[in-house]
Design a protein around this ligand. Sequence first.
Ligand code: DX5
Ligand code: ZN
Length: 222
Amino acid sequence: MSELLISPSILSADFAELGVEIRRIDDAGADMIHVDVMDGHFVPNLTFGPPVIEKLRRHSDKPFDVHLMISPVDPYIEDFAKAGADILTVHPEAGPHLHRTLQAIRAAGMKPGVALNPGTPAEAVDPVIDDVDLILVMSVNPGFGGQSFIDSQLRKIEQLRQKIDATGRDIILEVDGGLNPETAPKAISAGVTAIVAGSAVFRGGPDHYAQNISALRAGATI
Ligand code: DX5
Ligand code: ZN
């Protein structure tokens, strides 16, 4: 089993100094940088796009784990590649052609990921599991940080763990939403190998980032 990856979501960072915040979480022990892109249409919130990511890229050498909550995706794939995204994760509902989108992401030189909303079943990955390097289980409905972990997603994580193991491929199983030192151990036991956390990493301010990340790792039994 791979080592647990912690991917802090910069949605909870101070947007007025995002570059500095990324350097802080990098220094504090982040394994990846989780970047939430929202369009105010696929989800009821707006963040930023490729030009901002391109400027942020120089602040860390860690992989940029970019979570797209936008529709459509395809017209922007090249822009995210040029901006420096390493992993590009999309929701099947962003449509219209998930398989084509995943192929285009790989062709652009990035690792393709697929994200499942709380109401989307594990089986949604079946037709594309051989085409993805990451599966993201949303444990809240996407759009906002600071929501509560939805326990029913643990069963889905277990199902996805079995599906991934059956492929024999090294697919990252990531969980996003409401992760903290109380909920992370449950997700880890269910089989995730990566944890996204926004409010649980950034709470308390910069002096706490390292201990907040360590507290999330403490629940790891893998
Ligand atoms: C929600 C985003 C998450 C969010 C998580 O739509 O995809 O990445 O930032 O925030 P917390 O960890 O505060 O639930
Ligand atoms: Zn996210």
